[in-house]
Design a protein around this ligand. Structure first.
Ligand code: NDP
Ligand code: GDR
Length: 324
C-alpha cells in the first residue's frame, strides 16, 4: 500500500515542489484547496492528474476533520498560510487566524481523527526577527518583528505543545527564505528576476523597490521540501533549522539578476517608500548543522545558480506569453 500524504498549501510554491517530490517517492498525494471563483492551479497543473484535491480552508475546522477522515493520511504537511510579511501589517487579524490558529485547528483535527498521523509545521526564520544571536539555530530565542512572525511563533509553540501534551509526532521546520521560478511575484527575489527579464525584453522600463540593504539567507525551494520529508521520517519528532548559512543583500540580488541579462540595475531601479516595512528583521542567517548531522541534508543550489535559474525561467515565460 503506498503511503498517503496530505498537503495544505499545495497550490503554493512549496506545496507544488513537495507534491512532486512525494509522488517520486511513491506516495499518494492529497492537497487542501480553498474554494475560489477562478482556479489558481498554475503551479500544480502539470501533476494535477496524479494528485487528489480536497476542498477546505484553514479557517474551517469541520473541513479539516472531514478531510482527515476521508483520506486517512500517514503524514500531513501544513504549508498553508498568509505568507507575505508585508500584508501581515495590513491584515494582522486575518494573518493570525490562518497562520497561527489554523495550525491549532489542524493539530486538533489530528488528535481527534488519528493521533498516529505525523505532522510537519512550516515554521519560519521570521520568528527570529530581531535576532538574539548570529547565526540562528534551533535554540536561538524568538523575537518576531511582524504580525506574520508573531503568528508563526504561535504556530511553532502550539506544535511543540501538542507534541508534548498528546505525544504526537509533530515537527517544526524552521526554514529560512527559499525561492524558485514558482515564487510569488510579490516576494523580492521573483520581483527582481521577473523585472530584469521584462526590462531586457523591452516590456518594462523600471523596477520600484524597497530596502536595498536588507539581507537574507536565500536557498532553493526544491532542496527545502526534501528536508520537510526527511524530518517526518525520523523516529523522534524534533525541530530543525534549514538554511544555506550564507546571506546576501537585496543590492547583491539586483547585481546577480541584472548581470544574467547583461544590464546595470542602477539605471532602472527606483526606491519606493511603499515597499519599506514598519519594522525590519536583523541579520537573518541560519545554522543548519543539526539538519546536516541528523538528516544528512545540505543545500544543492548556490545563490548565483538560483538567481540565474529564476531569470532564465522568467525570460522563457515572458517570451512565450508575448510571442517573442
Ligand atoms: P505561498 O504563499 O506560495 O503558499 C501559501 C499556500 O497557503 C497557498 O497554497 C495558499 O492557497 C494557501 N492558503 C492560504 N490561506 C489559506 C487558507 N485560509 N486555507 C487554505 N489554504 C490557504 O507560500 P510558500 O509556498 O512560499 O510557503 C509555504 C509555507 O512555508 C507557508 O506557511 C510559509 O509561511 C512558510 N515559509 C515559507 C518560506 C519561504 O521562504 N517560502 C520560509 C519559511 C516558512 P491559495 O493558492 O488559495 O492562496
Ligand atoms: P520575507 O520575503 O519578508 O523575508 O518573507 P520578501 O521577499 O518579501 O522580503 C525579503 C526582504 O526584501 C526586502 N525588500 C523587498 N521585499 C519585497 N517583497 N518587495 C520589495 O520591493 C522589496 N524591497 C526590499 C524586504 O524589506 C525584506 O527585508 C519570506 C516569506 O516567504 C515568508 O513567508 C517566510 O517565512 C520568510 O521569507 C522566511
Amino acid at each position: 500500500m503506498p503511503k498517503r500524504a496530505f498537503i495544505t498549501g499545495i497550490t503554493g510554491q512549496d506545496g507544488s515542489y513537495l507534491a512532486e517530490f512525494l509522488l517520486q517517492q511513491g506516495y499518494e498525494v492529497f492537497g487542501l484547496v480553498r474554494r475560489t471563483s477562478t482556479l489558481n492551479f498554475e503551479r500544480i497543473r502539470h501533476i494535477q492528474d496524479q494528485i487528489t484535491l480536497i476542498s477546505g480552508d484553514m479557517l474551517d475546522q469541520t473541513s479539516m476533520i472531514q478531510a482527515l477522515r476521508d483520506i486517512q493520511p500517514q503524514e500531513i504537511y501544513n504549508l498553508a498560510a498568509q505568507s507575505f510579511v508585508q500584508t501581515s501589517w495590513s491584515q494582522p487579524v486575518f494573518t493570525g487566524d490562518v497562520t497561527a490558529l489554523g495550525v491549532t485547528r489542524l493539530l486538533d483535527a489530528i488528535r481527534t481523527v488519528n493521533p498516529e498521523i505525523r505532522f510537519y509545521q512550516a515554521s519560519s526564520s521570521e520568528m527570529f526577527g530581531k535576532v538574539q544571536e548570529v547565526p540562528q539555530r534551533e535554540t536561538t530565542p524568538f523575537y518576531p518583528r511582524s504580525p506574520y512572525g508573531v503568528a508563526k511563533v504561535y504556530g511553532h509553540w502550539i506544535t511543540v505543545n501538542y507534541r508534548e501534551s498528546y505525544n504526537l509526532h509533530a515537527t517544526s521546520g524552521i526554514l529560512f527564505n527559499h525561492e524558485s521560478p514558482r515564487r510569488g511575484l510579490e516576494f523580492v527575489t521573483r520581483k527582481v528576476t521577473h523585472h530584469a527579464a521584462k526590462i531586457k525584453l523591452g516590456l518594462a522600463h523600471e523596477l520600484r523597490i524597497g530596502n536595498l540593504d536588507a539581507q537574507r539567507d536565500w536557498g532553493f525551494a526544491g532542496d527545502y521540501v526534501q528536508a520537510m520529508w526527511l524530518m517526518l521520517q525520523q523516529d523522534t519528532p524534533e525541530d530543525y533549522v534549514i538554511a544555506t548559512g550564507q546571506t546576501h543583500s537585496v543590492e547583491k540580488l539586483l547585481d546577480a539578476a541584472f548581470s544574467v541579462v547583461g544590464l546595470d540595475w542602477r539605471r532602472y531601479t527606483v526606491q519606493d517608500e511603499r515597499f519599506m516595512r514598519p519594522a525590519e528583521v536583523d541579520l537573518l542567517v541560519g545554522d543548519a548543522s543539526k539538519a546536516k548531522r541528523r538528516l544528512g541534508w545540505t543545500p544543492s543550489v548556490s545563490f548565483e545558480q538560483l538567481i540565474q535559474m529564476m531569470v532564465e525561467s522568467d525570460l522563457a515565460l515572458l517570451k512565450a506569453e508575448h510571442h517573442l
